[in-house]
Ligand binder design. Structure first.
Ligand code: NAD
Length: 353
């Protein structure tokens, strides 16, 4: 296994390989860049087929967090951790506590939050051994409702304000009344986003692999059910991917009818080149790591002390960041993802603590 010559290695500051035979813990913690502050990012648990696959994921994801936090103007760096194992079979309290001990050894260089395969409850178990966990405390949420630490409501709201910004820029409209939106994946973020869209007067199409999620969206939001094969290709104004990554690829970009792609899913572009392909087709793409930053903003404020109004204001500023990206994209004739990367690099490369 290569590290310094790995294709996803990007001058990461620290890599920690954690092994605890007693609990079966095997994990990797990657700290990409701390020039803006301590690295904060999710702890993912996934049954990786190989150590290489786990390393690739953690290198890529931790780098992405540096860009996301810089563009959200947070005093945080980028990091991520992965636990190798099936969360439904291998997750035990002992294993999570062991992960907590490894986090503690890093003395706050990296702070872990929830990710795929880990929950608020899991982070609280890690938190028995370290204070370097986030997204765990009950507090007033950014919307005035009680929050258990779950960042999904803030992510959904940020995605909603981001869709508003994209619609304004591309379609010249300042409301969503009658706008047609297709939402792929109606889980924690997607369902809440769909509810905000519905309340703003949008017409919804939805698809989720789980029928009960579909039934709920149809019954409670009046959404029209779509199939797996059609959800991305409907003649709608906006497609909002809110499930898995790599949905924007050679095949899907050719078939898109929407002129806006703006959703919460991470890593929507199959490769960096697909940013250009969307641009050439005249599709306005809201870069995923910009529009889905509501959750990291929420988690960041948890550490500063609860201030729901400040969180709300900060999440709302995602619209301004996107507008700046869209304008620069028009001005420079470059795709939005590339512009977002440039803007992030300006913010973390030129900041020293
Ligand atoms: P979730 O697991 O609650 O929801 C995902 C939904 O997608 C589930 O209902 C699942 O059944 C569905 N799904 C899975 N595969 C699908 C497919 N092929 N087609 C359609 N639906 C499918 O996860 P979430 O927290 O809502 O996160 C959604 C996306 O947003 C993920 O990509 C996540 O990484 C990203 N994201 C989430 C947050 C957050 O705060 N939760 C923050 C930033 C980014």
């Amino acid at each position: 296994m290569t590290v310094f010559t790995h294709p996803e290695f990007d001058h990461h500051e620290h890599l920690t390989f954690c092994c605890d035979p007693e609990t079966g813990l095997r994990a990797i913690i990657a700290v990409h860049n701390t020039s803006r502050g301590p690295a904060l990012g999710g702890c993912r648990m996934y049954p990786y087929a190989s150590d290489e696959e786990a390393l690739t994921d953690v290198l890529r994801l931790s780098r992405g967090m540096t860009y996301k936090s810089a563009l959200a103007n947070l005093d945080l760096g980028g990091g991520k951790s992965v636990i190798i194992g099936d969360p439904r079979k291998h997750k035990t309290e002992a294993l999570l506590e062991s992960m907590g001990r490894f986090l503690e050894q890093l003395s706050g260089l990296y702070i872990a939050a929830e990710d795929s395969g880990t929950s608020v409850a899991d982070l609280r178990v890690m938190g028995r051994k370290t204070s370097n966990v986030a997204g765990i405390s009950e507090r007033p949420g950014f919307d005035g409702r009680p929050s258990n630490g779950d960042p999904s409501p803030a992510t959904a709201w940020g995605t909603f304000v981001g869709i508003n910004a994209a619609v304004k820029h591309k379609l010249g409209r300042s409301d969503l009344e009658g706008l047609n939106v297709a939402v792929q994946g109606i889980g924690n973020v997607g369902y809440r986003l769909a509810r905000h869209l519905k309340e703003a007067g949008a017409k919804l199409w939805v698809y989720d692999v789980h029928q009960d999620q579909m039934d709920r969206a149809v019954a409670e939001l009046g959404a029209t059910p779509a199939t797996a094969d059609e959800i991305l290709y409907l003649p709608v104004d906006v497609v909002a991917p809110c499930a898995m990554g790599a949905v924007l690829n050679d095949h899907s970009i050719r078939k898109l009818q929407a002129t806006i792609v703006a959703g919460a899913a991470n890593n929507q572009l199959a490769t960096a080149a697909h940013d250009q392909a969307l641009f050439e087709r005249g599709v306005l793409y809201a870069p995923d790591f910009v529009i889905n930053a509501g959750g990291i903003i929420d988690v960041c404020y948890e550490r500063k002390g609860p201030d729901p109004q400040a969180v709300r204001k900060h999440v709302d500023s995602i619209a301004n960041t996107l507008e700046e990206i869209f304008q620069r994209s028009d001005r420079d004739g470059l795709p939005t993802g590339q512009i977002a990367d440039q803007l992030a690099e300006e913010r973390f490369r030129h900041k020293s603590r």
